[in-house]
Design a binder for this molecule. Structure first.
Ligand SMILES: [Zn+2]
Length: 363
């Protein structure tokens, strides 16, 4: 019945187990990485998994942005009217999961075949298209391996993060080691916000299995269609197979996890800028400054507005979803930036701000 206990249950303040600093925790957080000392505070023993960091640039963020402005074919013409409003590094937790999938598939299909014949008549020739149907059985074995990248967050703006994790995958494949175990990182050098992982390794593996099976399913479907056509063609010399209609198709999926990486904290440089009072975003890989995503003012030609729904729905990185803030002028933008600093991770762009946005992605 000590006072301390009462305080603890009432306040629900989580503190870093190493340095005692208060931790910002949401119900989804599986590990809170202390912003002061970098210590990973696990919410449950069941989640414990290695964490590595790809250290991001700590200086010269503005320069990366301005370099892009002066190099980009479109932006270099606009750069005099561009104002950089906010730029920061955000560490995004990701996994790469290697999965082997296999299937013993089977099915029965009716294949439509056609043949064109030239018929001679008194008045010359005419062509006649004939159709026939052949029913075939198809079965076989299929096996494939996939690497599934995934963000350890419940909600994420995939349009920014997918190019980031794809770009980093190139480094992983080349075994260029940019990763440092979290306990070896000089945490004072890590400047930026770390998004708390929300998906544990077990869930990540389940998700990766599903994704791998989905990919395999599509590949097997293609293969089965081709096999059905080939088989029908063999039974019908001179006929060309066209349409395949399946009576049934069974594609079971067996999956096996070959490898799961540690939780990798990938640095992303995230910028807001204005052009003629409208707000846009750009993002760069935090380790080398390569541009991975940008929204650019459309100066001529097509307007791409179909992204609006996706942008409004997703909320960057799954932060607090805020309704749009009307960007009435510089004052409103300044207010918005204040909020960004406070809530980094959330974003808010209005329809107004998006009206003339063109989205450019990596490759
Ligand atoms: Zn700490």
């Amino acid at each position: 019945m000590s006072g301390e206990q009462v305080e603890e249950t009432k306040g629900e303040v989580f503190k870093c187990q190493r340095c005692g600093a208060p931790l910002d925790i949401s119900p989804e957080t599986i590990v809170a990485i202390c912003p002061y000392c970098g210590y990973p505070n696990w919410m449950s023993q069941a989640f414990i998994h290695p964490i590595v960091v790809v250290p991001g640039k700590t200086r010269g963020l503005d320069r990366i942005f301005h370099e892009w402005l002066s190099i980009d074919d479109e932006m270099k013409h606009l750069k005099d009217k561009v104002v950089l409003k906010n730029i920061e590094i955000i560490y995004v937790p990701v996994y790469y999961v290697s999965v082997s999938a296999s299937s013993h598939y089977r099915g029965r299909a009716t294949v439509t075949l056609t043949r064109t014949r030239v018929i001679k008549t008194d008045k010359g020739t005419r062509t006649k298209v004939e159709t026939r149907y052949v029913t075939v059985h198809v079965s076989g074995d299929y096996q494939a391996s996939y690497t599934i990248p995934l963000v350890a967050r419940r909600a994420a703006d995939r349009r920014i993060i997918d190019p980031l994790i794809e770009y980093y995958y190139g480094f992983l494949r080349k075994r260029e080691s940019l990763q440092v175990p979290i306990d070896k990182v000089d945490w004072k050098e890590i400047k930026g916000q770390v998004l708390a992982p929300e998906i544990g390794p077990k869930d990540a593996e389940d998700y990766a299995r599903d994704q791998a099976c989905e990919k395999m399913y599509k590949e097997v479907e293609n293969r089965m269609n081709n096999e059905a056509r080939e088989r029908a063609a063999l039974m019908s010399p001179g006929w060309i197979p066209t349409f395949v209609s399946w009576h049934y198709k069974i594609i079971p999926c067996r999956s096996r996890i070959d490898n799961i990486t540690p939780i990798i904290l990938l640095p992303m440089i995230h910028a807001y800028y204005t052009y003629q009072r409208r707000l846009y975003r750009a993002a760069f890989a935090g380790w080398d400054g390569r541009k991975i995503y940008s929204e650019e003012p459309v100066t001529q030609g097509a307007r791409i507005i179909s992204y609006i729904g996706a942008l409004l729905a997703s909320g960057i990185l799954g932060g607090a979803g805020l309704a749009g803030i009307y960007l009435g002028g510089e004052a409103a933008i300044a207010g918005g930036i204040g909020l960004i600093a406070g809530l980094a991770g959330s974003y808010f762009l209005t329809r107004e701000a998006l009206k003339d946005v063109e989205v450019e992605e990596l490759e």
